[in-house]
Design a protein around this ligand. Structure first.
Ligand code: ZN
Length: 271
């Protein structure tokens, strides 16, 4: 598979589609797929948000948003279409599938949020060579933007610090996380976020790995670090609970399909 961005859609009954409706992705229960063959879809009468995201074995793959169109599930060749919450479907997909569906979601978000020029208000155009959006008034190319975030796992001997975000269900704990501020390094973000969220100082920050996180456009960068000093004090807003957990007695943590899950489990395997 080759990732690329392109705008022009020419019906040829030889393309593939990933379809979003009201922030959910369509899935066919019978065929067990979220990638649909153009030959079995009825798109003709609709004015839709659409962008080419990849090419695979001579077939173009498009992401399309049918929200606020009159896309009719009953007029499609697929007979058991349902919409899935993206976060929910990701837990049951392979890494390659997650990358593709995430790319579809992110690039749709990109074209929808960049329809008009911020300088003059005209509609933006697509530059085929750069695979980017631009306006004639200043020719500045607008590429898809990604927001980098850090995940930080603090180790202290046989214990790790895990926290519960206010948005998490009761009993689920994970590593600390935060967005990288403009002009910050990832390591500076880790020191700042940890101090803001739990009032601890850390040292020996080491890179672990990364993962694209399409809600809507993050790149997660995971690090381990060691406890240096301080007493846990949660901010009570973003983080409602934070504790040291023994590695042989961990609470519920995110699954291994997520980078935070792999980061936490790596500590257990390292012992
Ligand atoms: Zn302009």
């Amino acid at each position: 598979m080759h990732f690329k961005r392109f705008f022009k859609f020419k019906p040829n009954n030889n393309s593939l589609f990933i379809i979003f409706n009201d922030k959910k992705v369509l899935f066919d229960l019978e065929e067990k797929t979220f990638i649909f063959d153009e030959a079995y879809l009825n798109f003709e009468n609709y004015d839709l948000e659409i962008i080419g995201i990849a090419e695979d074995e001579g077939k173009n793959i498009y992401a399309v948003d049918v929200t606020s169109s009159n896309f009719n599930y009953k007029e499609q060749g697929y007979k058991s279409l349902i919409d899935y919450d993206l976060r929910f479907i990701l837990t049951s997909l392979s890494n390659n599938e997650i990358n593709l569906i995430g790319r579809a979601n992110q690039l749709l978000h990109w074209i929808k949020s960049n329809k008009y020029c911020g300088y003059c208000g005209s509609a933006k155009k697509f530059n085929d060579e750069e695979q980017a959006l631009f306006c004639d008034c200043n020719k500045i190319m607008i590429y898809p933007s990604i927001s980098p975030c850090v995940l930080a796992l603090i180790q202290n001997g046989n214990q790790i610090l895990l926290a519960r975000n206010a948005l998490f269900p009761e009993g689920l704990f994970s590593a600390l996380a935060g967005f990288i501020e403009v002009s910050e390094t990832a390591e500076e973000t880790i020191e700042r976020e940890i101090f803001e969220e739990v009032r601890l100082k850390v040292k020996n920050i080491k890179y672990f790995g990364s993962q694209s996180w399409p809600f809507p456009s993050q790149l997660m960068l995971a690090y381990t670090c060691e406890f240096d000093s301080g007493e846990i004090e949660v901010d009570g807003q973003e983080i409602v609970e934070a504790k040291w957990f023994d590695l042989n007695n961990l609470p519920n943590t995110p699954p291994n399909s997520t980078l935070s899950g792999r980061l936490i489990n790596s500590c257990i395997l390292d012992r």
